[in-house]
Design a protein around this ligand. Structure first.
Ligand code: GLY
Length: 553
């Protein structure tokens, strides 16, 4: 059952006094916050065993692959933002999936021009996974403990099983119709009402091989061969070369200033950093004082509308697409883009006239801080809940459906309702555009390590979080705060159940906004706050989810 949701209605705090940190103290505590208590516990145990935040991130990623099969896994990918205390350096590890070598821009177009469901369901939906390549790199380059020690807890979880909670059951009900026989056998066989454990013996065997042979087993060994054979037999286009050629990338994060904050953000192929920076740059024009009433919600969604439009038009994998990053980030551009903002009237996202529904949630986010001051924010995904619904026989690995994050055709909305163009069209070996945005936010007094799942809404949720941080709110308030969203198309403000008061709704409607109240909450934000002058650590798991936040010595 969902924890009760306390939607925090936030008013502007009168001028938040910036406390100047005397000197950043080394904290004595560590923290782990993930979407599942079993994964949080494993992170804590790895740190207690002498591991650092990077070791814990590897073990937690693998544990989540077992206990949150609908959110992330070996068959998927993600972005890991690392801060190394020793180097004083921020690093982005890009383990995003890539399109198979046999892919092409029209992969999902039917003969009559319509788009098939193959980008979401079944083996043709799967990009080449980056998860294990990323984890091995993090362990080898930044970890302290042996690889086998990091994989072992996931092996034990897969063997011993876990009891699925209501979110698992909800996603299972939503997706099991598209499962192949293997997926059904593993994830849907247990009588859920009886709270029977989900055990994953094939996955345990695969993980054991990976513990001794490393990622090579996944990309070139027995696991690679089994996955390719299963995908091919079911009509997919993977080849052994796809896996062999996969490359994890290290990227330099983008630093964005907003008032007295510095945001350390992931870069393309996720759009999150760029879009958030654009929204914040437009807000810096400070046409209205930012408080959370109808006027400021109007201001915010107008900034969101414009930034998400640029996402659709310009953004894609920078290895394949010339993205005008500098222009998009410039203050002049933000000013020009927001020059037509009208405080009384909603703009129109007019040139594409269809509407698309954002249907589900996916993905997972965790944050980790160790006692040495290393930290990690990681958002991992297999895209839609339970990914493609296809488990490669004999591996226990559920494959992603990230191919749907490409723009499949002009004006064609993906499962998140997002549109895109040639910048994000399918090309062999190309990374599909993402919205995942694991990030760090720093000011002189505090550091926040955070992120959330939620498809296209990830970026608006984290923008609201950054604004709440800049207003001095606590980590609990930041994570619990009410959520609303605009993504250019469909041209509507979406908001969580009861997140806007009747008065706010009336005022926004009077300005010409179309409103869409969802019948549920969304997101599963996990954050750690480090107060730099006192060394105090707090962590918060989203009250909307099942996660757990552990702070320990
Ligand atoms: N698959 C969701 C995202 O990467 O944005």
């Amino acid at each position: 059952m969902l924890k009760s949701i306390m939607l925090v209605f936030v008013l502007l705090l009168t001028s938040h006094a910036v406390v100047i940190a005397k000197s950043a103290q080394t904290q004595t505590q560590a923290a782990v916050v993930t979407a599942h208590p079993l994964a949080s516990q494993i992170g804590k145990e790895i740190i207690a065993a002498g591991g650092n935040a990077f070791d814990a991130a590897v073990a937690v990623s693998l544990a989540l692959a077992v206990v949150e099969p609908y959110g992330s896994g070996l068959g998927g990918g993600g972005f890991w933002m690392l801060h190394s205390a020793a180097e004083g350096e921020d690093i982005m590890v890009d383990g995003r999936e890539v399109a198979p070598l046999a892919a092409h821009p029209n992969l999902y177009r039917n003969n009559d021009g319509s788009i098939s469901k193959d980008s979401v369901n079944g083996p043709r939906a799967a990009g080449i996974p980056g998860m294990l390549a990323a984890l091995e790199l993090i362990s080898q380059r930044y970890g302290q403990l042996p690889w086998q020690q990091l994989v072992q807890p996931a092996v034990a979880l897969a063997e011993e099983g876990f009891i699925p909670h209501a979110r698992y059951q909800k996603y299972l009900a939503m997706r099991q119709a598209v499962f192949n026989a293997e997926a059904r056998r593993i994830f849907a066989a247990a009588p859920l009402q009886a709270k029977q454990k989900i055990k994953q013996q094939d996955l345990a065997a695969t993980l054991r091989r990976i513990a001794s042979l490393g990622a090579a087993d996944f990309y070139q060994g027995k696991t690679a061969k089994r996955m390719v054979a299963a995908v091919k037999a079911a009509g997919g286009i993977w080849q052994l070369d796809d896996l062999k050629q996969y490359k994890v990338l290290i990227r330099k994060p983008q630093l964005t200033k907003y008032k007295d904050l510095t945001l350390v953000l992931p870069v393309l192929p996720t759009s999150g950093g760029l879009v958030m920076s654009q929204i914040l740059a437009m807000l810096e024009t400070e046409i209205l004082p930012l408080k959370y009433d109808a006027e400021s919600i109007h201001l915010l969604v107008e900034a969101m509308r414009r930034a998400y439009r640029d996402r659709a038009v310009y953004m894609g994998d920078p290895a394949f697409t010339q993205v005008p990053v500098e222009k998009l980030l410039s203050a002049d551009y933000a000013k020009a883009k927001f020059a037509d903002f009208n405080p009384e009237q909603a703009s129109l996202s007019s040139d594409l006239e269809y509407a698309a529904e954002v249907k589900g949630e996916d993905t997972t986010h965790f944050s980790i801080l160790d006692q040495q001051g290393n930290y990690v924010a990681a958002t991992l995904s297999i895209n839609y809940p339970f990914g493609s619904g296809f488990v490669a026989q004999g591996t226990g690995i559920l494959l992603n459906d990230e191919m749907d994050d490409f723009a499949l055709a002009p004006k064609q909305a993906n499962v998140w309702g997002l549109v895109g163009g040639v910048a994000n069209e399918i090309q062999p070996g190309k990374r599909m555009l993402s919205s995942m945005t694991p990030l760090f936010i720093r000011d002189q007094e505090r550091l926040l390590i955070l992120g959330t799942p939620g498809g296209s809404r990830i970026i608006s949720m984290l923008t609201l979080a950054a604004l709440r941080f800049s207003q001095g709110l606590s980590v609990d308030e930041i994570v619990a705060g009410r959520r609303f969203h605009h993504q250019y198309l469909p041209d509507e403000i979406q908001f969580e159940l009861d997140a806007l008061s009747a008065e706010e709704q009336n005022k926004l409607t009077a300005k010409g906004h179309k409103l869409k109240q969802l019948n549920r909450s969304y997101g599963d934000m996990h954050a750690i706050e480090w107060q730099l002058s006192s060394g105090k650590i707090k962590a918060a798991a989203d009250p909307r989810g099942y996660g757990s936040a552990l702070v320990f010595d």
